[in-house]
Design a protein around this ligand. Structure first.
Ligand SMILES: NC(=O)c1ccc[n+]([C@@H]2O[C@H](COP(=O)([O-])OP(=O)(O)OC[C@H]3O[C@@H](n4cnc5c(N)ncnc54)[C@H](O)[C@@H]3O)[C@@H](O)[C@H]2O)c1
Length: 255
C-alpha cells in the first residue's frame, strides 16, 4: 500500500480529529499524495463530516469506501480525568475499530504516545522528564510504563489493534508520538520547566509527516514505531522503528 501510488487512484484515507494539530500537519504534508476525508468533532470551517466518535450510532457507516483510517481524535492532555478518557479515548477508539472492520477498511494508523512508556522517565509529572532517569533508551519490546490514564488509554488502542489484526486481518500501525506542535520549534520550551522534556521528545513536522507516510506504505499486519525526531537526549531506541517501518527522522531538538 503506497501513499503516493504513481499509477492508479490515490489512497482514500479517513482522518479523525481532522481539525487538530497533527491532522493539520498531515493535511499540509500528505494532502497531494492521498485523498483525505475529514472527520470533525464540530463545525470549524473545514470540509468534513461531523461525528462524535464516542457515539456508535454516529460512527455507523462513516468509513464506507475508505482504504485507511488515521485515528487521531482523542483527549490529549495527560491530566484528562477518567470520564473524558473513557468516552473519547476508549469508547471512541473501539467505535472506530469496529466501524473499520464492518466497512472493510484495510488499515488503521493509530496515534499512540510516548506516555505509554514515559512513566519510568518522568519527573513527578507526565509533562516533565527527569534527566537522571534518562541513562538508557526504552525499546518497543519493553513492558509498558504508562505515566497517566491517558497513557493507559493509548495502550488500550495498541492492544485493540493487535486483537483486530489477529482476529479480523485489519492492518495496524501504532505510532508512539513524541511532542509536536504547529510552532515546530524545540526552543519554544527554552527557559521553562519543560525545556528538558521538549529536548527528549521533540518531533518536527517534517519527521511527523514522514512517520505517517511510512505508516501508510507498510504492508505489515501489525507494527509499532516511535514517531520522535533524532534528539540527542532521546529516551527511545529508534532502531526497531527504522528496521520495521523504515522511518528515519531527519531533524532533532538540538540547537
Ligand atoms: N501533539 C502531540 O505532540 C502528540 C503526542 C503524542 C500523541 N498525540 C496523539 O495524536 C493525536 C492528535 O493529537 P493533536 O495534538 O493533533 O490533538 P488535538 O487536540 O489538536 O486534536 C484532537 C482532535 O480530536 C477531536 N476529538 C476529541 N474527542 C472526540 C470525539 N469524541 N469525537 C470526535 N472528535 C474528537 C478534538 O475535537 C480535536 O480536534 C491524539 O490522539 C494525541 O493523543 C499527540
Amino acid at each position: 500500500m503506497a501513499a503516493n501510488q504513481s499509477q492508479g487512484p490515490k489512497l482514500k484515507v479517513g482522518l479523525t480529529g481532522a481539525s487538530g494539530n497533527i491532522a493539520t500537519t498531515l493535511r499540509e504534508g500528505l494532502g497531494d499524495e492521498v485523498d483525505f476525508t475529514c472527520f470533525l468533532y464540530e463545525e470549524c470551517g473545514l470540509e468534513g463530516q461531523i461525528v462524535d466518535l464516542s457515539d456508535s450510532a454516529q460512527v455507523a457507516g462513516a468509513f464506507e469506501g475508505l482504504d485507511v483510517v488515521i485515528h487521531l481524535a482523542a483527549q490529549i492532555a495527560a491530566s484528562t480525568p477518567w470520564e473524558g478518557i473513557l468516552q473519547n479515548n476508549i469508547e471512541a477508539t473501539y467505535n472506530v475499530f469496529e466501524e473499520c472492520r464492518r466497512a472493510g477498511v484495510k488499515k488503521v494508523i493509530f496515534a499512540s504516545t510516548n506516555h505509554t512508556q514515559h512513566g519510568e522517565f518522568m519527573d513527578g509529572s507526565p509533562m516533565k522528564t527527569d534527566p537522571a532517569k534518562c541513562r538508557h533508551r526504552a525499546r518497543l519490546s519493553d513492558l509498558p510504563a504508562p505515566d497517566s490514564l491517558y497513557g493507559v488509554s493509548k495502550l488500550f488502542g495498541e492492544n485493540l489493534g493487535k486483537y483486530y489484526s489477529l482476529t479480523y486481518g485489519l492492518q495496524f500501525v501504532g505510532l508512539r508520538i513524541g511532542w509536536t506542535e504547529q510552532a515546530d520549534d524545540p526552543r519554544a520550551a527554552e527557559g521553562t520547566d519543560q525545556e528538558f522534556h521538549m529536548s527528549v521528545l521533540f518531533l518536527s513536522k517534517r519527521d511527523c509527516v514522514e512517520a505517517f507516510r511510512k505508516a501508510l506504505e507498510t504492508d505489515r499486519d501489525y507494527v509499532l514505531g516511535y514517531a520522535v525526531s533524532n534528539n540527542r537526549n532521546g529516551i527511545f531506541d529508534l532502531r526497531e522503528t527504522a528496521e520495521k517501518l523504515g522511518f528515519i527522522p531527519q531533524d532533532s531538538a538540538d540547537f
